[in-house]
Design a binder for this molecule. Structure first.
Ligand SMILES: NC(=O)c1ccc[n+]([C@@H]2O[C@H](COP(=O)([O-])OP(=O)(O)OC[C@H]3O[C@@H](n4cnc5c(N)ncnc54)[C@H](OP(=O)(O)O)[C@@H]3O)[C@@H](O)[C@H]2O)c1
Length: 298
């Protein structure tokens, strides 16, 4: 199966993981203002997961949607299922595990619809590969959810190229949301991004700033110091801030990586948007890569 993708994202995706009890615990009035500000910037994609905030974050977002149903037609919502997180909010889960059975996917999607207060999920992702998953069973769940209009698109997150290939042969996958940044470069080498280009799948990048680690200089993390040092002259050359260069590095990749931003601050999102117009030269891209790796390419 190839070239099945009719999904388009806004040029940057707003990640919702840190808005609730796993982060700033933003109240719904401020969240509403934040969503409006993102829409004004033309950034209309919001990335959720059932587990965020110990299964509470979708509900917080949903409170805003219920108050402001007009937002439904202005935004696109991704959410994820398939991780069973141990938390008092799921007392039946005894250990952390993954589940991609048909009943679990369907129940989870239906719960997300309820929490978010929408009739359809624009994109549902399997959050992490379940070692026991059967692709035919997942495909059945997806088909049912699509037929019922409960999901529009389907994709995965953190899938290896072979896991992706297998599932994609049963049901079209439009997105692989993966960790990729100067600190996490495996997708450049393990075939993940090659596969996205071959199949016309959109790669989206979670933790584009290493979860914030790239901003914290630590003597035990020499790679971060090297990246910071190498970026300095480039910041002058491109008249760009450090975070903007880090995004420009991701955006340069020919697979069309779309960063999923983790910041909760609108000013940082405005700056991120400006990074879309930075065109790093080929050599400058390699300067940052070399700094991250700590040695020249062979
Ligand atoms: N699929 C998966 O398995 C998976 C896993 C993890 C995350 N995700 C998704 O990816 C999104 C992004 O992940 P992430 O939050 O780890 O991304 P990230 O953008 O790498 O890290 C966000 C952290 O960095 C800080 N930060 C961002 N910009 C900054 C700047 N310019 N200067 C200083 N600090 C800055 C943020 O704090 P401030 O809020 O103060 O800016 C926040 O603490 C999540 O929200 C979630 O939607 C998916």
């Amino acid at each position: 199966m190839s070239q099945t993708n009719t999904l388009t994202f806004s040029p940057l995706i707003i990640g919702m993981m840190r808005f609730g009890v796993w982060g700033v615990d933003m109240n719904t009035k401020d969240l509403e203002r934040f969503i409006d500000q993102c829409i004004d910037l033309g950034l209309t994609d919001f990335d959720h997961a059932d587990i965020y905030g110990h299964y509470t974050e979708e509900g917080r977002f949903g409170q805003v949607i219920k108050r402001r149903p007009d937002l439904k037609s202005k935004i696109q919502i991704t959410t994820k299922c398939g991780i069973r997180l141990v938390t008092p909010n799921r007392p039946d889960y005894k250990i952390a595990s993954y589940e991609s059975t048909k009943p679990h996917i369907i129940a989870s999607a239906e719960q997300s619809l309820k929490e978010l207060g929408v009739d359809q999920l624009d994109l549902l992702l399997i959050h992490r590969p379940d070692y026991l998953m059967h692709p035919a069973e997942i495909a059945e769940a997806v088909e049912q959810l699509k037929k019922q209009g409960k999901i529009k698109h389907f994709g995965v997150s953190n899938f290896t190229p072979s896991q992706f290939e297998l599932l994609h042969s049963y049901t079209p996958l439009v997105n692989n949301q993966i960790e990729v940044s100067l600190l996490h470069r495996h997708p450049l080498e393990d075939g993940t991004l090659d596969q996205c280009m071959r199949l016309g799948t959109i790669p989206t990048a979670w933790s584009p700033f290493g979860g914030g680690a790239l901003f914290v200089s630590k003597s035990d993390k020499p790679a971060i110091q090297r990246i910071t040092d190498a970026a300095q002259p480039l910041q002058e050359k491109y008249n760009a801030a450090f975070d903007q260069l880090l995004l420009a590095w991701l955006l340069k990749h020919p697979s069309g990586i779309i960063p999923v931003l983790g910041t909760t601050k609108i000013a940082r999102i405005e700056k991120a948007k400006e990074a879309l117009s930075i065109n790093l030269s080929h050599e400058d891209w390699y300067i940052l890569l070399e700094a991250a790796v700590g040695e020249q390419v062979p």
